[in-house]
Ligand binder design. Structure first.
Ligand code: HEM
Length: 139
């Protein structure tokens, strides 16, 4: 019997049924809530980077919320390497909340209390994970 899918995975599946590519929605929200983030991306060719960054962030979240097979470690690793892009850890962590808010809006009534609860837990755990990494790397 296949393992039951978790509410996080379910929410991404529901989002995929409604929208083929979350990239424009997520970055529109990110840049409207955190205008300083826009200037961190290169001017030319940043669409590919943005699409790939979001895809990898989602892959890492799904792994963090599910099997924890290894992709989730990218969160820790990228948090440190984003220093080079001038991305503070706080903003880095907020990207996950921006993804959540984008999906909540997209799903409307299908965003169930179970999905909401699973996302709250996931975001809190990711925040903790990033804070631990910050302690380990000294900033
Ligand atoms: C608001 C938060 C974030 C900002 C402002 C940000 C900014 C950036 C910038 C400026 C780049 C590179 C641009 C370039 O090469 O020109 C980048 C690349 C990347 N980011 Fe982020 N980032 C954020 C959050 C995240 C998160 C949460 C993850 C994943 C856990 C992530 C994963 C990556 C990856 C994997 C790349 C390399 C993409 C590629 O070149 O294929 N980023 N990010």
């Amino acid at each position: 019997m296949p393992a039951a899918i978790n509410p996080i995975q379910h929410s991404f599946e529901l989002a995929a049924e409604r929208c083929g590519d979350l990239t424009p929605l997520v970055y529109r929200r990110l840049f409207s809530e955190h205008p300083e983030a826009e200037a961190m991306f290169r001017r030319e060719g940043s669409d590919l980077v943005k699409g790939s960054m979001l895809a990898l962030a989602i892959e890492a979240m799904l792994d963090f919320a599910g099997a924890r097979s290894g992709h989730f470690r990218m969160i820790e690793c990228e948090a440190a390497s984003h220093d080079a892009y001038g991305t503070p850890r706080k903003l880095f962590g907020e990207f996950f909340g921006v993804i959540a808010d984008t999906m909540r809006e997209l799903l409307g009534d299908d965003w169930s209390p179970e999905i909401e609860q699973a996302w709250r837990k996931l975001l809190a755990e990711i925040d903790q994970f990033i804070a631990q990494g910050e302690l380990a790397t000294g900033g």
